[in-house]
Design a protein around this ligand. Sequence first.
Ligand SMILES: [Zn+2]
Length: 419
Amino acid sequence: MQRTGVGAESGGFGQRIMELADRLAHWSESSDGLTCTYLSPAHRTVAAQIRDLMREAGLTTEIDTVANVIGRYPAADSAAPALIVASHYDTVRNAGRYDGRLGVLTALILAEHLGRLGRKLPFHLDVIAFSEEEGVRFSSSFLGSSAVAGRFDAKLLERRDAQGVTLAAAMAEAGLDATKIPALARRRDGLVGYLEVHIEQGPVLLEEGLPVGIVSAITGSVRSMVTITGTAGHAGTVPMARRHDAAAAAAELVLYVEKRCAQAPTLVGTVGKLVVPNGAINIIPGRCELTLDVRSGDDATRDAAMSDILSEMERITARRGVTIDSQEVQRTAAVQCSARLQKVLADAVVGAGVKPRHLPSGAGHDAMMFSGLTDVAMLFVRCGNGGVSHSPREIITAEDADVAARVMLDAVLRLAETS
Ligand SMILES: [Zn+2]
């Protein structure tokens, strides 16, 4: 069981990952902070940069028709299946520089190192930088990974961004042919598995003093857009007992969501947007719009909460004489990570001298798209600053990035031995 090269450049992987993350953070849509959303000029430049880095690493590269950047470290046998090691390169607005990109760069470093060693694997190693995961521009997440996983929803092509540009038009403008999306879908028998490194985006590893952890499951979510319609009126002349105040009804609903979602350990519920359209200080709100996001590591727990929330909406409707319309806009099932791949990662974590800690992911990840198609697993990396992410304060250390890269290298070599 010789694992040539593990630890051969101890410290070097982490430093290089940090430098490359700094380099990619240079391209942004905003003059202050990092924003890189789907097919913006910054996004297209970053794609070209990643492609060039892959090329320099000796990979065969391509930017596919949804702008995923793919680099292959080929197996000796061209008919071999592929192991995908991936994450995303788009960002939220005013983002940190490691969310998504840490996983892309770790995968790149891994392939680069194997190439330097001349070590051939019994499978192709496909390093993929997915073009879109955050759902910022078109309010739909996983555009890149859903295409590769064969789950792209063609209806999304008509979705518009804030400027009214459809996804189809944005793609055409970037020279991407949407009719070729179905051809991107990978086949089950062409895959060995899917691995993703990601920052934890939470405080668990930080609080427990661990550089990395193994993801056990990724929580599923239900998202709804809720519209409450009451009766607008004069704030001075309508008596309190005669009002049908849409904002007051919304307030009751928000508090109910908070109370109900505190009743199970992995259950969380959030009203992230709450708007009184055309509201004014002297008008009783006639309409209120809000978003609802409910998640759990267990679908039954989440669905029970959603069902209670819908019942509460009916009670509020009856009590207040308002109408409540709730439209579900997204539903993703919780994903259990593969026991086999978790074991491989855990063995590699132990090999790196770290206690193996399994933890669920409260955030969605590209890995979810591949569940059901192939075995998936994820390695989380400790997030500093209290675990903050989706913020310029998001931080990791070079030492932790180094541990992650060494664990991934070891895990891939362990998979090669058993494939
Ligand atoms: Zn991410």
